[in-house]
Design a protein around this ligand. Sequence first.
Ligand code: GAL
Length: 335
Amino acid sequence: MEQKLFGTLTGGSPVWEFVLENQNFRVEVITYGGILKRYQAFGMDTVTGFDTLEGYLRDDTYQGALVGRVANRIKNGHFVLDGKGYQLALNSGEGRVHLHGGFMGFSRKNWEVVNILDNAVTLRTVSQDGDQHYPGTLTCDVTYSLGPDGLTIDYRAETDAPTPVNLTNHAYFNLDGCKGDSILDYVLWLGANRYSAVDEDVIPCDDPRVDGTIFDFRTPHTIGKYMEGFAGYDHNYFLDASIPSHANGMDIPLVATMENDKLKLSVYTDQPCIQLYIGNFLDRNNPTRGGIKQAPHTTVCLEAQILPDSVNRGKGILRPGEIYRQTTVYGFTKK
Ligand code: GAL
């Protein structure tokens, strides 16, 4: 495993980079944000990222980052847990919503390195009681490992007091080498019978069936097929039509595939939901690798997770003695 210094944060903390490589794949991970900085399949870039630490420090679109303590949105940034109310930072939705763990969520932490193997690296962040106003000290380990089918991301967390947890990775995929080309002609299959309808703050408020809507990807079709007059997908899907499958030596459901004439991405996860987001709010002023200006609809995020705002439905709570786990595989085959 190759390890090198990627940059240094103000205050002097080193940001390390790890390179995982096998016959078909190459993965670069950095300790800052636990970011998946680069993922090449069969010699092609498949996720966008920056060449420098400064790029990541400027970024507010969560490029490749590990997102937590609670990914996605929490309504009014507020929840009640065991009878006590908690007010989190309102860092999105014009100050009405808590998004992706807050101003200094896991995507902004410089993770510790706790284990290095030939084809795997485990990073840790310890989020103290009160961090971003969440209760309980949460210790969270994430392992990036490379296998014959591609990249596996394993998450594990433990807490000393009840707290909401929903971890994911926010990689932006492109199957044309990340040169800024549109994703609207990629063919997507998503094993979901239902999606989340959302309120004015993009908080799930209903779970309609996808039948007869532009959200139905059970029969594969291009992402752009029904997009006329539509700003773009940014929706939670319930993974209830996934396929029992096998990847990187594990039995893990296949939940989504996305392909063009070059590559096919297969997403496997043990999570109940996935957020399909096609980069509607990218930042053109912070060009990614190779100076590419990030236009909307040039990348796709498939963020495995539990239902957004679960904490306000009394779900997604981790308690002392329990272990939170999630496993997601982003595998590739060549066309
Ligand atoms: C996605 C979310 C989008 C946007 C994006 C970050 O996970 O669904 O609405 O907030 O993160 O820019």
